[in-house]
Design a protein around this ligand. Structure first.
Ligand code: ADP
Length: 626
């Protein structure tokens, strides 16, 4: 097995030394106690090439060993029989000490089996003394040198592979399809938290057992497609169970090895990269983008869609999945969007704009567009990112606000103009008869009263609209008491129009948690409207009930009623069906808007049931106090 502890520097140093001693002379050491054999060997080497070989000579085992350890020679010729030992032991000792130079054993007649033992011990070759000539000696030396070089190259390549495997973050697998087993590199076990000692080989079933159930089919499909030769390589993003019970995201890639004759895959080897961090980032980004209220679309510098979230896809009317990778203009018909993205990339600056869109099946929306140049952290992608913000509601709100201010000004101005006109006339006309003066002053008083009511209603409305956060001001209120008070307060008005007001209340109290003053306004506004919009001699009913966990207030009248087309709008500020009638009756057009806002702020709801000329019933539901 490969020695994992060998450092990479050592490995690189050795790699660079890996060359045939072809440039300089080949240094040969002969360990031989017989001088005649030395002389003979030297003669043979000279006969081959008198420049090429440099022969050194040692006579003893110990001297030979010393030289072997120094390792300055390219080839060693070791005699078997030495005075202080034998060549075979010398070979064993040298190999054990890590010697990788070619060692050739010289044996004599009668040294039975020594040749075989020498090869087993690691000798490159052996020669029988007296039987070799220059040609044989040269061939043996060349063969030994070549063999050593091949072995070294093999060892280096194994080490290179081992270094790559242990150094990389990837786990390596090698799936033998014939034997039905998979080899896993050590990194594999670390990746999934398995014991280091876990078996190196596993079965496909075991490995599939760790794969997330949702990913099994995809993994099998991808692997099969490649094994069948449908894809150039195998690749699959999947989740694999870690021993700590969580799943890791990995990217598995592999390449099949095929039988040359049949073309059938016999093996598939590849790597597995832990992409959990990246996958998490990716999923987080996707989750963030998909939960955003704004639309987001990013394109590369050729306006090809890099990503698009759901909102943007809906607004742009494009298919989220299919748009990715294609130019945005191929998917979206919105010229403003496409042009702004292209301009952002060209001018490399932020751009803003507004556009109208009609997403399929929806009303027209107003969209604010903001585009900015995009440069990815790694600098490998550039393009533009655009945020699409639906500002339809904001624009509608602004419009309502403008209308409201216009309405308020108008409503305030009418009585003010009247007051100014009346007072001016009073001041200017010194001779005005007393009766006329009285009449003018009382008209000023009426207009002042109207102004007062208007300002009062505006304040109530603004309080109701900002009520929700101030829950602490709420107290238990018995709705029966408020109903009584309201009926009592409007008795004179009702009597003036000969309208009967009937109050129907339960025995038990009906408690809600509320801001009393505002709920009182709800009663007053509904009762006053019922009287206002009911002709002389009609009837009004005021009821309070408990229904389950809800309190119900019902104000019914036998009045003029409200046509269906107005019913949805009467709760808007300043909306009146008949302006003249409302004004004559002292209405401001804010009463029902106040009712609605107060009720909503108390987690209730209000509705109306009516028809033109058929009276009206207003119903308010409020949660009962628990
Ligand atoms: P106003 O001050 O004009 O009464 P409200 O906001 O209270 O303003 O009501 C808005 C409009 O709804 C009224 O102008 C009127 O046209 C209609 N309305 C309200 N209550 C009734 C009702 N009980 N019967 C018929 N119409 C009503």
């Amino acid at each position: 097995m490969i020695d994992q502890k060998r450092s990479s520097e050592e490995f690189i140093r050795e790699s660079s030394q890996l060359s045939m001693p072809g440039d300089g002379p080949i240094r040969v050491l002969l360990v031989e106690d017989n001088r005649a054999d030395y002389v003979y060997t030297r003669a043979l080497l000279r006969a081959i090439d008198d420049q090429r070989y440099e022969l050194d000579w040692e006579t003893t085992y110990s001297a030979g060993k010393r030289e072997l350890m120094r390792g300055v020679h390219d080839v060693y010729l070791l005699d078997y029989r030495l005075e202080d030992g034998n060549g075979l032991d010398l070979i064993r000792e040298a190999i054990a000490a890590g010697c990788q130079r070619p060692l050739i054993l010289l044996t004599a007649y009668g040294d039975d089996d020594i040749d075989i033992k020498a090869i087993r011990a690691g000798a490159a070759d052996y020669m029988m003394k007296g039987e070799f000539d220059a040609r044989l000696l040269e061939r043996s030396i060349r063969y030994s040198l070549g063999r050593a070089q091949t072995l070294k190259a093999l060892r280096l390549s194994q080490e290179r592979y081992a270094l790559a495997v242990s150094g990389a973050n990837d786990a390596i697998f090698d799936w033998d399809l014939l034997e039905q087993r998979i080899y896993f590199s050590p990194r594999w076990h670390a990746m999934f938290g398995m014991q280091e000692s876990s078996e190196t080989f596993g079965t496909i079933e075991k490995w599939l057992g760790r794969v997330h159930p949702d990913d099994v089919t995809r993994l099998q499909r991808n692997a099969l497609a490649h094994l069948k030769g449908d894809t150039p390589h195998f690749e699959c993003e999947l989740r694999v169970l870690h021993d700590n019970g969580t799943y890791r995201w990995v990217n598995a890639r592999g390449l099949a090895v095929r039988d040359e004759m049949t073309g059938e895959a016999t093996r598939m080897a590849g790597s597995v990269t832990d992409t959990t961090e990246r996958a998490l980032e990716h999923h987080q980004l996707r989750a963030t983008l998909s939960s955003m209220v704004e639309g987001v679309v990013a394109v590369d510098n050729e306006t090809r869609v890099l990503l698009v979230n759901k909102v943007a896809a809906r607004l742009l009317g494009i298919d989220e999945e299919r748009a990715v990778g294609r130019p945005i203009s191929a998917s979206s018909q919105l010229v403003e969007v496409n042009q702004m993205l292209a301009r952002t990339i060209k001018e490399w600056r932020e751009l803003r704009g507004e556009t109208h869109m009609s997403p399929p099946g929806q009303a027209q929306r107003v969209i604010e567009l903001r585009a900015a140049p995009l440069r990815a952290a790694q600098d490998d992608v550039s393009g533009a990112v655009m945020v699409l913000h639906d500002i339809t509601d904001l624009r509608r709100f602004e419009q309502l606000q403008r209308e409201f201010v216009g309405n308020v000004s108008h409503e305030l101005k009418t009585p003010l103009t009247a007051i100014m006109g009346l007072t001016e006339t009073l001041v200017d006309d010194a001779n005005m008869p007393l009766g006329k003066q009285r009449e003018y002053v009382s008209r000023v008083a009426a207009q002042t009263e109207r102004l007062h009511k208007l300002v009062d209603d505006l304040l109530a409305l603004s309080r109701a609209e900002s009520l929700e956060p101030r829950l602490e001001d709420r107290v238990p209120v018995d709705l029966r008491a408020l109903a009584h008070e309201s009926a009592f307060a409007f008795e004179p008005t009702a009597e003036a129009k000969n309208i009967s007001v009937e109050v129907e209340l339960p025995e038990a109290e009906v408690l809600v948690e509320a801001q009393e003053e505002l709920i009182k306004r709800v009663f007053d506004n509904l009762v006053s409207n019922a009287i206002k919009y009911t002709n002389d001699g009609g009837s009004v009913w005021l009821r309070v009930q408990s229904h389950g966990n809800q309190a119900l207030i019902e104000v019914e009248d036998s009045g003029i009623g409200i046509a269906p087309e107005h019913q949805g709008r009467i709760f808007e500020r300043f909306y009146r069906v008949d302006k003249g009638r409302s004004r004559l009756a002292g209405g401001t057009g804010l009463g029902l808007a106040i009712v609605k806002n107060v009720v909503l702020a108390h987690y209730g709801n209000v509705s109306v049931e009516s028809g033109e000329g058929r009276g009206a019933t207003f119903r308010v539901q409020l949660p009962l106090m628990i």
